[in-house]
Design a protein around this ligand. Structure first.
Ligand code: FAD
Ligand code: NAP
Length: 543
């Protein structure tokens, strides 16, 4: 192993330097005055926005809410250019945050944490990296992201392809020149749907390999009028407060009417209004039961299918693009710009791989059904080993040498998505069992970071050494997470929320579907009740 083997003593190791790691570093280092080291696999800060540089990559949370809310000056001074800025602008924002708070100086870049083992004699975590760095730290905080381990399906012959091949989540920094090339995109989730219209405009020919047709809401992207943004900034306190106590982490007015409270014509009018607003407002500001009632969701689903039929000129092609096998809202909602319009182009072809399964990848392209598609470039928009994938890539061992991976073999088990019993002083930002990916994530990230900092300062103020989740509290939380997911649409599709995209992964609904407001209330109650569900101790937790 290259590098020094000297062990550095620390208060905290933070793994990852995206939104989560940046803010955690700032809170622990600058607010609490701890000795912190951040370790990041990429060569700079940014996380998601460092890795996902594919054409068309942009956020689908409205930008004025897709940012930090912890610093007033930062909020007032940063200017977003548009409703949903593109990846370079978001990366610039996170770089600006790193500069502003000097967050790179205690970060090791190009370095991956390989292992974190709890050492029971010292009550410390021993952390090792692939660069040979070794740390002994009181706390470890994983800020490793829910969507940071890409997955490329193991298609037969995948490695024989002699052209260019890229995964959307590990896009080359220098970009990819599609001009004059025949391109294949496999996957029509958020990443595929964002990149397909842009690649279609650049490439000579584009073949899209689709497994599941998807529901989409138009983004209605546009530049943001500075005057509008200035008005928002004046109201930021109220807006953030609303978002922090909402379901999805957005400050949207939520309707409490059911889709069945109104007549057909009125329902149509309301859905059209939501469609015109675009983005997540379609879900939150139309009817309250689109997420919970199969029949209500089906009304919205049929509305969207109508829009697809209207948009795609060729009826046979439109039919192939219709989502029919899962209800609206059961997979991550996709927000698109010109996705269905793209299929009206002469240089775009769709392969429905349910009818024509991918048989193999050859030196020159992809064979699906009986047809071989010659391509120069394959883009894998095939998603991520979400939520647990990045945990499983680290050898994490807690009390009695228990491996987190083994403990989670049948599905992740956490208390509040923040800690796991048997792993004292290990915290997870947006871990499984927290709202995370079902929310506008910066809102959830900030809440976790604040909670972790609160715990750390509580321990210090009370001369306590360790905190560990109680098994009973964890069991109850896992049960609660399942209970709130059960009546939602999420249980009606094969999605990555359930681990269904990874062969062999246990089918467990991983995020907390109760909403960020309800989740925050749980956490606040836990704190108000003296860290209910946790064991806090001055020394060995085994004593
Ligand atoms: P990440 O940004 O994923 O950062 C984690 C970091 O940890 C990475 O840089 C990774 O390199 C590092 N890391 C992981 N393991 C290790 C290790 N072992 N050692 C060292 N470093 C490690 N969310 C929204 O709310 N709205 C959106 O519009 C939105 N758009 C998205 C678009 C894309 C293309 C993707 C993929 C996700 C999007 N998300 C969105 C989710 C997004 O991941 C979060 O909003 C947010 O960026 C997560 O920040 P994070 O710091 O928690 O994790
Ligand atoms: P994804 O949603 O998991 O989509 C992956 C796509 O690849 C799906 O169409 C999937 O089909 C297909 N696929 C997977 N395995 C396959 C196989 N073996 N054969 C054929 N097709 C296969 O991944 P993603 O698009 O990268 O998005 C992941 C998440 O990241 C999103 O849900 C979202 O949370 C976030 N994201 C957000 C944005 C944004 O707009 N801001 C952009 C990108 C990503 P099936 O549907 O049949 O599984």
């Amino acid at each position: 192993m290259p590098g020094s083997t000297k062990v550095r003593e620390l208060d905290a190791v933070v793994i990852g330097a995206g939104f989560s790691g940046l803010f955690m570093n700032h809170r622990l280092r600058d607010t609490l005055g701890l000795d912190v080291q951040v370790i990041e696999a990429g060569s700079d800060v940014g996380g998601t926005w460092y890795w996902n540089r594919y054409p068309g990559a942009r956020c689908d949370s409205e930008a004025y809410m897709y940012c930090f809310g912890f610093d007033r000056d930062l909020m007032q001074q940063w200017e977003w250019s548009g409703k949903y800025p593109e990846q370079p602008e978001i990366l610039r924002y996170l770089g600006h945050v790193a500069d502003r708070f000097d967050l790179r100086r205690n970060t090791s870049f190009n370095t991956r944490v390989r292992s974190a083992h709890f050492h029971e004699e010292s009550n410390r975590w021993d952390v090792e990296t692939d660069a040979g760095e070794r740390y002994r730290s009181r706390f470890v905080i994983t800020a490793i992201g829910c969507l940071s381990t890409g997955q490329i399906p193991d298609f037969r012959g995948r490695d024989t392809f002699t052209g260019e091949a890229y995964h959307t989540g590990a896009w080359p920094h220098e970009g990819v020149d599609f001009a004059g090339k025949k391109v294949a995109v496999i996957g029509t989730g958020s990443s595929g749907v964002q990149s397909i219209p842009v690649i279609a405009r650049q490439a000579d020919h584009l073949t899209v390999f689709q497994r599941t047709p998807q529901y989409m809401i138009p983004a209605r992207h546009g530049n943001v009028d500075k005057a509008v943004l200035d008005e928002i900034k004046k109201e930021y306190d109220t807006i953030y407060d609303k978002a922090r106590h909402s379901t999805g982490g957005f400050p949207y007015d939520v309707q409490d009417r059911s889709a069945f409270d109104v007549e057909d014509a009125e329902r149509r009018r309301i859905l059209e209004e939501g469609w015109e607003m675009g983005g997540f407002k379609f879900m939150f500001s139309t009817f309250s039961d689109l997420r919970t009632s199969l029949t209500a969701s089906e009304l919205a689903g049929e509305f969207i299918r109508g829009k697809i039929r209207e948009t795609v000129n060729d009826p046979e092609l439109a039919q192939k693009l219709l989502p029919l096998d899962h209800p609206f809202g059961s997979k991550r909602i996709l927000i698109d710009t010109d996705y269905f319009e793209t299929y009206n182009r002469d240089n775009v072809e769709l392969v429905d791989i349910n009818a024509e399964p991918i048989v193999e990848i050859t030196e020159t392209g992809i064979t699906a059904g009986d047809t071989h598609h010659d391509v120069d470039v394959i883009v894998y928009a095939t998603g991520f080993d979400a939520m647990t994938g990045s945990f499983n890539r680290i050898d994490i061992r807690g009390l009695d040498g228990q491996r987190l991976k083994d403990k989670w073999a049948a599905g992740p088990r956490t208390y509040l998505g923040l800690t796991s019993a048997g792993f004292p002083n290990l915290f997870m930002i947006t871990g499984p069992g927290s709202p995370s990916v079902l929310s506008n994530m910066p809102i959830s990230i900030e809440q976790h970071v604040e909670m972790i900092s609160g715990i750390v300062s509580h321990l210090d103020r009370n001369e306590l050494e360790l905190i560990e989740a109680e098994v009973r509290a964890e069991d109850a939380w896992v049960e609660h997470v399942n209970e709130v997911a059960e009546p939602t649409m999420f249980m009606h599709a094969n999605s990555w929320y359930l681990g269904a995209n990874i062969p062999g992964k246990p089918r467990v609904f991983m995020p907390y579907a109760g909403g960020v407001g309800a989740y925050r209330q749980h956490c606040d109650k836990v704190v108000a009740n003296g860290y209910e569900g946790f064991t806090l101790s001055p020394g060995s937790v085994k004593a």
